[in-house]
Design a protein around this ligand. Structure first.
Ligand SMILES: [Zn+2]
Length: 449
C-alpha cells in the first residue's frame, strides 16, 4: 500500500464497506435458513426461498473471490482503466471532470505467450527502485535517496537564456527532464515571445526540505503547499519536478497559475513528457491541494497515457501493476513510435527484470515495489517513411541539402503539430526535434549495473 497518498484509502474503505455489507447479508441468510431447518414447520415453498437466497449468497461470494483473484496486485476497487481507443475526452486539464467509474474487471488480465528468447535478464537492487522517471513519491511513499548525481545537470548551464529564467544558478534537475523542459519552453517562446516563466524550485535535498518544512495541522486533510511535505516525502527529491513563478523583465514577481498565455504550457506539457502532478480534480487522490505551478517529468509515452485517461500519477502507477510481464502488456503509439509497457514486481533483495535483447527500452523503478519496462519501437509507418525518404535521397542527391528540408513541426498556440517528416533525417535527428519529445529511443536503463 505504499502507493496510497492517504486519500485513496477512502475508496478502498468504500469497497470494504460494500463487501462487509455483502458478507452481512450472507450471514443473515445463512442463519435464517438454519432456523428454518431447526423449527421444521415451514412449508416447502419457504425452504425453496431460503435455499435460493443461500445460492445467491454463494454466487455473490464466488464473484467477490473471482474479482480479488483476478487482480492479485491489490488494486482493490480503484476504478481506473487504460482506454486504448484514445477516444475518451482527455481530462488532464479539465478540472471539473471525474474519472469514469469502470469495474476493475473491464481490464482483461490474461496470461500471454512470451518468447523468452527475446528477453535477457538484468538484475536490479532495492536502491534501483528509486531510480527512473516513473518513481512516485507522496505522503505514503518516501524517497530512498539513491545517488542520482550522475543524472543531474545545472539548469542554468543547459538553458538558452531567453525562453525562461531560473531563480538560482545552482538549481539542478535530471538531464532528460531538463532537455524536455528546454524544448517545451523554446516552443512556448516561439509562440508568445515571453521569457517570464521562472523555475524557482527544482531538485531539493533532504536538508533543504527539512529547513523549509512547515508541518500541517495534525488533522489536515490536504497539504496546502509543498513546504508541508515532511523531508523525504517531497517529489522534488527525485530531480524530476519543477515549480514555476513569473518574473517580468522589470523584476516583478507573480504567481504562476497556468492561465492566460501560460495555459499553453499546462495544456501542452504532456507532449514533452510532463504532467501536472497535483491537479485540482485529483486532490482526493494526491492528498495535495491543486498546484498548477508544479510540473513533473514522467517521459513519453507515460505523460500521454496519464493525460488521456485523466489519471493522477498514483492511479497510473496502480493501473500499471496489472501489466505484469508474462501477462497482457500495455501498448501505446505516438509520434511514429510503438511502445510496449510492462511491470515486474520487486523481490526482497534483488529483482531479475526481463528486458528485450534487441530493442530499445528503459527501466524505471516505481519507488515502492516494482519496475516498469518501456520498450520503444519504430512503427511500420515510420519505417516505411524512412525507407521512402532514403530512396528519394538516393535518386535525387542534389535536392536533399539542408536548406530544402520541409518543416518537421509547427508550433502554434494550439500546440505542437507534426506537419511533415524531413527527407533524409534519421530517427536520431528527428528525436531531437520538439515533435518527438523525450522518447527514449536509446537504451536508458537507469541504474543498469
Ligand atoms: Zn513543487
Amino acid at each position: 500500500m505504499c502507493f496510497s497518498a492517504g486519500y485513496i484509502s477512502v475508496s478502498f474503505g468504500e469497497v470494504n464497506r460494500l463487501q462487509n455489507s455483502q458478507n452481512g447479508r450472507r450471514r443473515r441468510n445463512g442463519s435464517d435458513s438454519a432456523e428454518n431447518r431447526k423449527k421444521g414447520k415451514y412449508t416447502g415453498y419457504l425452504r425453496l426461498v431460503a435455499w435460493t437466497l443461500v445460492l445467491a449468497a454463494v454466487i455473490i461470494s464466488a464473484d467477490a473471490i473471482r474479482r480479488q483473484a483476478s487482480h492479485p496486485e491489490g488494486n482493490g476497487g480503484l476504478s481506473v482503466f487504460v482506454d486504448r481507443t484514445g477516444e475518451k475526452e482527455p481530462s488532464g486539464t479539465d478540472e471539473t471532470s471525474e474519472p469514469e467509474s469502470v469495474p476493475a474487471e473491464a481490464m482483461p488480465y490474461e496470461k500471454k505467450e512470451i518468447n523468452e528468447d527475446d528477453f535477457r535478464p538484468v538484475v536490479k537492487t532495492r536502491a534501483d527502485l528509486s531510480l527512473g522517471e516513473l518513481v512516485m513519491v507522496n505522503r505514503a511513499n518516501s524517497y530512498n535517496f539513491p545517488n542520482i548525481s550522475a543524472h543531474m545537470v545545472k539548469i542554468a548551464s543547459e538553458m538558452d537564456g531567453k525562453s525562461y529564467k531560473v531563480s538560482y544558478n545552482t538549481l539542478q534537475l535530471q538531464k532528460e527532464a531538463t532537455d524536455a523542459f528546454n524544448r517545451m519552453m523554446a516552443d512556448f517562446y516561439d509562440v508568445f515571445g515571453s521569457g517570464d516563466v521562472t523555475v524557482v524550485t527544482a531538485a531539493v535535498t533532504y536538508q533543504e526540505q527539512n529547513e523549509s518544512y512547515r508541518p500541517p495541522a495534525a488533522d489536515a486533510v490536504l497539504l496546502e503547499n509543498e513546504s508541508q511535505m515532511a523531508p523525504g516525502f517531497s517529489e522534488h527529491h527525485t530531480g524530476y519536478a519543477v515549480d514555476l513563478k513569473l518574473v517580468s523583465s522589470e523584476g516583478k514577481i507573480s504567481a504562476y497559475d497556468g492561465t492566460g498565455n501560460y495555459k499553453w504550457i499546462n495544456d501542452n506539457c504532456y507532449k514533452y513528457g510532463f504532467i501536472l502532478r497535483y491537479p485540482n480534480s485529483k486532490e482526493a487522490v494526491t492528498g495535495v491541494a491543486g498546484t498548477p505551478s508544479h510540473l513533473r517529468y514522467v517521459g513519453v509515452p507515460h505523460s500521454y497515457i496519464i493525460r488521456e485517461n485523466g489519471f493522477a500519477l498514483e492511479e497510473y502507477m496502480t493501473d500499471l501493476k496489472k501489466y505484469i510481464h508474462g501477462y497482457e502488456h500495455l501498448y501505446y503509439s505516438v509520434f511514429g513510435y510503438d511502445y510496449e509497457i510492462y511491470f515486474v514486481p520487486a523481490d526482497e533483495a534483488e529483482t531479475v527484470v526481463p528486458v528485450p535483447k534487441n530493442e530499445d527500452y528503459s527501466v524505471s523503478g516505481n519507488n515502492c515495489d516494482g519496475f516498469i519496462v518501456t520498450i520503444t519501437r519504430k512503427s511500420e509507418e515510420l519505417k516505411n517513411e524512412e525507407l521512402m525518404n532514403q530512396a528519394a535521397q538516393n535518386q535525387e542527391p542534389a535536392q536533399t541539402g539542408e536548406d530544402g528540408q520541409p518543416l518537421i513541426t509547427e508550433v502554434t498556440q494550439e500546440g505542437v503539430q507534426v506537419t511533415d517528416m524531413p527527407a533524409g533525417v534519421t530517427a536520431a535527428e528527428s528525436q531531437a526535434s520538439p515533435a518527438v519529445p523525450a522518447a527514449e529511443q536509446t537504451v536508458t536503463d537507469t541504474g543498469e549495473r
